[in-house]
Design a protein around this ligand. Structure first.
Ligand SMILES: Cc1ncc(COP(=O)(O)O)c(C=O)c1O
Length: 366
């Protein structure tokens, strides 16, 4: 039922049907979820509160917002909780009703879809492979001239790179001076070793044109529960809340969020393991003849496989028959059928991917 043009990773069910391998036997590198699963306290919390389904959830998510407020170091009034970050993205566009939205290409597709559903036109800012898909200030100056909303994804999905902090602030300032709303999606920010410094949260009071999107589904491995939030000036959060389904954040998602944010060593442990495994994957992917991984700082890696003599759909097929699911990036505007994206997983899974790629494309040079 989902549209190919706006496809996502993580469709294990259809991969299982296509390749005749049970879902539980697939290793899913196609969705960028914390490979260590949710903090154990999350599952306990849900199990212990099953009877709560007979009540409506708190529409204001007060208890969760209090904990989020401490975690994000923002007042609760500047936080709006949603049914995943995606709900917030759609609410922002519905509230702003922009004429023209600028989006980098490639980036997460839902910005464009949200814009088109509101009748906005979309302006692509094409990121260059030769520049490792890094955004340039000149591109912003050009794009912003005729836009009223700019989406930025930091770290950017599907590339995994970040916008350097001084450039980010220059962009926000420039957009402020030109009456452009900037929405920075920080759904993967927690995976960065310097996540607090890298986040734009501290800029919220300083620039009234800045909104942030934040997700708990990636880092805390809760995509099936759905949990994200919008961060920004109180007035705008209230306006977004007015447009929202009052009970979109269910009782388990609220409880899970609190338990996850209060899990003490989970964050540090995840960042440590992801950094170690990303470096390992990057190093070894780079040794596979014809495979070009791009510099990445989050929990996924984009690679150009054109040198391996296979297109992305062909590679997806070859790996699929081996029970490995990767993301074909052909559908991203700004990429083509030479690119695949893989999530960073644990050592055992990463080794299986590396060995399969070696078998398919050649030998690793040690
Ligand atoms: C950049 C980005 N933002 C938001 C989302 C969606 O997050 P959520 O599951 O919280 O709706 C995704 C999912 O892939 C994403 O890549």
């Amino acid at each position: 039922m989902s549209c190919q043009r706006f496809a996502h990773g993580g469709n294990l069910q259809s991969a299982s049907e296509k390749y005749g391998i049970p879902v539980e036997e697939f290793i899913d590198f196609s969705s960028n979820i914390n490979p260590f699963g949710p903090p154990p306290a999350v599952l306990d919390e849900i199990k212990q509160n099953l009877a709560e389904i007979s009540h409506y959830p708190d529409p204001d998510c007060r208890a969760l917002r209090k904990v989020l407020s401490e975690y994000l170091d923002l007042p609760p009034e500047q936080i709006l909780v949603g049914n995943g970050a995606v709900e917030i993205i759609y609410l922002i566009v519905r509230w702003k009703r922009p004429e023209r939205v600028s989006v980098p290409a490639p980036t997460f597709v839902e910005y464009e879809k949200a814009a088109r559903l509101e009748g906005s036109s979309v302006n692509y800012i094409f990121l260059q492979a030769e520049r490792n898909f890094q955004l340039q200030m000149e591109q912003i100056e050009e794009a912003v001239e005729h836009s009223d909303l700019l989406f930025l994804c930091n770290p950017n999905n599907p590339v995994g790179n970040t916008i350097p902090r001084p450039l980010m602030e220059e962009i926000i300032r420039f957009c402020d001076q030109n009456g452009v709303l900037v929405v920075v999606d920080e759904s993967f920010i927690d995976f960065l070793p310097n996540s607090t410094e890298a986040s734009c949260r501290r800029l919220i009071g300083r620039y009234s044109n800045l909104l942030l999107v934040y997700s708990l589904t990636k880092f805390f491995a809760l995509p099936g529960l759905r949990l994200g939030c919008g961060l920004g000036p109180e007035k705008i959060m209230k306006a977004l809340a007015w447009l929202k389904d009052p009970w979109s954040v269910n009782c388990f998602a609220q409880r899970a969020g609190i338990a996850a944010l209060k899990s003490p060593s989970f964050g540090e442990k995840t960042r440590e393991l992801i950094t170690q495994e990303r470096n390992y994957l990057m190093h070894n992917l780079g040794k596979i003849p014809g495979c070009k991984p791009y510099p990445a700082e989050a929990n996924f890696i984009l690679m150009d496989i054109s040198g391996m003599g296979l297109s992305a759909p062909e590679m997806v097929d070859r790996l699929g028959t081996r029970g490995i699911l990767v993301r074909d990036c052909s559908s991203f505007v700004g990429l083509n059928s030479h690119y695949i994206r893989v999530a960073v997983k644990d050592r055992q899974a990463n080794d299986r991917l590396l060995h399969s790629l070696e078998e398919i494309g050649g030998k690793r040079v040690d």
